[in-house]
Design a protein around this ligand. Structure first.
Ligand code: ATR
Length: 269
């Protein structure tokens, strides 16, 4: 007799970057006693359609969707929920019966990460950057009753995004010093495996919260500058952990322990 198969989950991304998702999810599965396995699949854009068809045929329970597939994948599933449509990106496909349903948990991941240090309702945030992560950030802030200003290197792009998603204003990265705020959220790639910051150190303020979506290195230049300014830093690890918590709960119906997933994240650094 063939033993029942475990549930299969995974992440699709390209290039085959170093991903800590299998470590995080497999740790969660083990802790929850789930008979499930999580793998990373390197899927170049020209094979995305075939990959989704394959996932469908094989009954894969859930796929996390990473760079560069978060927008393209929405055309290949049976349903895209309203959240993913508004953000314009899906990071999760979950099988519900015979249907593949796409959603976005990045924004919840950011919300929970920020909530480690601050409440959000009534606060004003500055979002640095105007890409996909910025879109999730603006959505998260508006859901939580916070307002935001978008500052971006390419000012026109930031202004267009602010107008589309109802942000309070926009400007260039140099405007941070003149922009009153409670929270700074870096969604640019500046600082990724480099010792650079998207903003000047003296623009950061005491008592504010500074979140950096960059998680490699764990302490970016921006976060080090935040500590020196007397601000409270939050590392990008927490957004990844909490968006994964939501993913596990979405298919397994059980909520994994974020601290356990954070440990697994660290273990493969
Ligand atoms: P993601 O989907 O992860 O948010 P993205 O869509 O590629 O990534 O967006 C990257 C963001 O980082 C953009 O806001 C980009 O600014 P531009 O719109 O001006 O291109 C920002 N970014 C990337 N490199 C940068 C740099 N060296 N200095 C300032 N901003 C940078």
């Amino acid at each position: 007799m063939i033993a029942p198969s475990p549930e299969l989950c995974g992440v699709i991304l390209h290039p085959a970057a170093h991903t800590r998702s299998p470590a995080m999810h497999n740790a969660a599965f083990e802790a929850l006693g789930l008979d499930a396995t999580y793998l990373a699949f390197d899927v170049p854009p020209e094979r995305l359609e075939a990959a989704i068809a394959g996932a469908r045929a094989l009954g894969i329970r859930q796929l996390a969707v990473s760079i560069p597939h978060k927008a393209a994948v929405m055309a290949l599933v049976d349903e895209v929920d309203e959240t993913a449509r508004t953000i314009g990106a899906a990071n999760t496909i979950t099988r519900q019966g015979e249907r593949l349903v796409a959603t976005n948990t990045d924004w919840i991941g950011l919300t929970r990460a920020l909530e480690r240090e601050t409440s959000l309702a009534g606060k004003h945030a500055v979002v640095l950057g105007a890409g996909g992560t910025a879109r999730a950030a603006i959505f998260a802030l508006s859901q939580a009753g916070a307002t935001c200003t978008v500052l971006n290197r390419t000012v026109d792009k930031g202004a267009a995004l602010a107008a589309e998603l109802g942000a309070a204003g926009s400007g260039s990265l140099h405007d941070l010093a003149d922009c009153a705020h409670d929270i700074v959220i870096n969604t640019t790639s500046v600082g990724l495996r480099s010792d650079a910051s998207p903003v000047a150190a003296d623009a950061l303020r005491e008592g504010t919260v500074v979140f950096d979506a960059v998680y490699d290195p764990a302490e970016t230049r921006l976060l080090a500058d935040a500590v020196r300014a007397g601000a409270r830093p939050i590392g990008g690890k927490w957004m990844l952990v909490y968006q994964a918590v939501e993913q596990v709960e979405a298919w397994a119906g059980q909520r994994p322990d974020p601290e356990r997933m954070a440990e697994a994240f660290e273990s493969v650094g």
